[in-house]
Design a protein around this ligand. Structure first.
Ligand code: ZN
Length: 109
């Protein structure tokens, strides 16, 4: 896996060491509020992906979603930009407002 130089913000719990997505409160594992942000490489592995042909109002069809595992086993759901990735594909992930977006990593040049 290559580093594209981008990163996503994740959080780490100082009490139990859990890694998780940024939230507004406590560690989801132990409840501690001693958590801090850190930056992780913005590349993840697709665990599963699906395509909705009739998404909820306000979304374009087809609407593609992927379950992505980031470094240190943090998992997130992302909207897929581009074609439907297969399981095991490497995607670049970025946060856009309240959602994550994933795109297939471009071929090395
Ligand atoms: Zn914790």
């Amino acid at each position: 896996m290559t580093d594209n130089g981008e990163s996503v913000e994740l959080r780490r719990c100082d009490s139990c060491g859990a890694r998780f997505l940024p939230n507004d409160g406590a560690c989801p594992r132990c409840g501690s509020t001693r958590t801090r942000a850190y930056s992780a490489p913005a590349l993840g592995t697709v665990l599963a992906a699906t395509e909705l042909t009739s998404p909820a109002e306000g979304w374009h069809a087809p609407h593609r979603l992927a379950l992505v595992e980031m470094p240190e086993a943090v998992r997130l759901f992302a909207i897929v930009d581009g074609g439907l990735p297969s399981a095991g594909a490497i995607v670049a992930v970025r946060r856009e407002g309240e959602v994550y977006r994933a795109r297939t990593e471009p071929a090395p040049s």
